[in-house]
Design a protein around this ligand. Structure first.
Ligand code: HEC
Length: 158
């Protein structure tokens, strides 16, 4: 008891001395209100995570690839990995592609061809738009698709 009294005594003057220090003068908020605000913030956060981005990188197991997929891997590393990350595991400017979102039932091979030819307006994520990749040839797209599908299979996407 005496210890806490002493503490208070030493604290008080410094609190007064600091400009804006102490912060005790502000209106007191009800704890219930703070709880409600917290719950709302948490709920919004969870909602955002489910809805959109915040998937950072995922762990992608790379199986032994067919020759075609190996060719696709080279194209991917040269052209796509700067956004989608190594082995399409997700990167700073693009989503991972080895997820159920890009399961062939959701994004068939045509979606890959379209993405490369026309780009992709932002819709699933919050990374912005994907610009078209005009340097990638048709044969390279086939190889890219083989690469992505083999990774998806090896990682249990389908
Ligand atoms: C400048 C960054 C960037 C590069 C380079 C890039 N992408 Fe993307 N890509 C994105 C973003 C961002 C999205 C997600 C758009 C959304 O759904 O919000 C995306 C989405 C996709 C999709 C999903 C398309 C759909 O229909 O939803 C595919 C497939 C894809 N990219 C393949 C590729 C391939 C293959 C390459 C390389 C040839 C590549 N991307 C290069 C940024 C990039």
């Amino acid at each position: 008891m005496p210890a806490s009294k002493r503490r208070r005594k030493t604290k008080d003057p410094s609190g007064v001395g600091l400009p804006g220090g102490g912060g005790g003068g502000g209106a007191k908020r009800s704890p219930a209100l703070i709880l409600v605000a917290l719950a709302a913030a948490l709920g919004a956060g969870a909602f955002l995570m489910l809805q959109t981005t915040d998937v950072k990188t995922i762990n992608v197991h790379v199986p032994s690839l067919t020759a075609k997929a190996t060719a696709g891997q080279k194209v991917f590393n040269a052209t796509c990995a700067e956004c989608h990350g190594d082995n399409a595991a997700g990167g700073p400017a693009g989503p991972p592609l080895i997820t159920s979102t890009y399961h062939p039932g959701h994004h068939a091979d045509g979606a890959f061809r379209r993405a490369v030819a026309l780009g992709v307006p932002q819709h699933h994520w919050k990374f912005g738009n994907m610009p078209p990749q005009p340097k990638v040839s048709g044969a390279e797209i086939d190889a890219l698709i083989a690469f992505i599908r083999e990774l998806q299979k090896a990682n249990g996407i389908y």
